[in-house]
Design a protein around this ligand. Structure first.
Ligand code: GS8
Length: 246
């Protein structure tokens, strides 16, 4: 009798094959370990390191020195065609954009450490996380990045701070931080009662802001200051901050 293969046998074989592929990929990822390409003084790199530390994931930081143009070399451009740090490599998975990387880390390691995306929460709770993640990147990020660059990074690179730029960005940031102060008067963390990725993603730039003469933007707002003292005293952040050279 000729042997025939039924549709359900094909389906079962496909399932087994894809399960085996997943297992092999996981084994490969574990063997290779997590690598982050970046620099310890880069805020966007530090954002990723902070998430890995919250999840207790071991990683290797592979230095890509912006000062030597290493980020524009073909080997790095193959990992991030935009030629920017950070890049995360986890086995065959290669990702750029720190905020996207952090969603991957929070999702892959959902069970370890805090539930950074409130994956077990209601739709409304998860929406609050998404909303404050967007606020960080769209409202908070641009003025604070420009301010920190002008007041802190530029002088370190040998340039002179332009006080007018600092004032203009500080004025923009003030308006944003007024919204944060009102939010944090009602809610312990940005997305609600729990520490989430929405809080974490703010930490690297706020840390640098606190080292500028504009730290008063935070210290003059009591709820924002209490939030900052809370999030910056987390063990995972302290471990991350210890690796920042200044
Ligand atoms: C920004 C990366 C970035 O600006 C992200 O990953 O979040 N939206 C991206 N990286 C800077 C270093 S500061 O951390 C960088 O690589 N600059 C060099 C360049 O743009 O040429």
């Amino acid at each position: 009798m000729p042997s025939t293969t039924t549709a359900s046998e094909v389906e079962a074989a496909t399932l087994i094959a894809s399960k085996r592929e997943r297992e092999e990929r996981r084994e490969r990822e574990e063997r290779m370990g997590v690598k982050v390409y970046g620099m310890p003084m880069s805020t966007n790199t530090v954002r990723v390191l902070a998430a890995l530390n919250e999840k207790g994931v071991e990683f290797e930081l592979v230095i890509v020195d912006l000062r030597t143009g290493a980020h524009k070399q073909p080997d790095f451009l193959a990992r991030n065609p935009f030629g920017q740090i950070p890049v995360l490599e986890d086995g065959d998975v290669v990702l750029f954009e720190s905020r996207g990387i952090n969603r991957y880390i929070a999702t892959k390691y959902a069970e370890a450490g805090p539930d950074l995306l409130l994956s077990g929460g209601t739709l409304a709770e998860r929406a609050a996380v998404d909303l404050w993640l967007e606020v960080e990147s769209q409202q908070f990020g641009p003025p604070i990045a420009a301010l920190v660059y002008e007041a802190l990074i530029k002088p370190m690179l040998g340039g002179a701070t332009d006080a007018a730029v600092v004032e203009a960005q500080a004025a923009k940031l003030e308006k944003v931080l007024d919204v944060y102060e009102a939010r944090l008067a009602q809610s312990k963390y940005l997305a609600g009662a729990e520490f989430t990725l929405a809080d974490l993603n703010h930490i690297p730039y706020t840390n640098y802001l606190m080292k500028t003469p504009k730290a008063s933007l935070v210290t003059s707002r009591p709820h924002l200051l209490a939030w900052w003292q809370d999030v910056s005293s987390r063990a995972a952040w302290k471990k991350t901050a210890a690796g920042i050279p200044f």
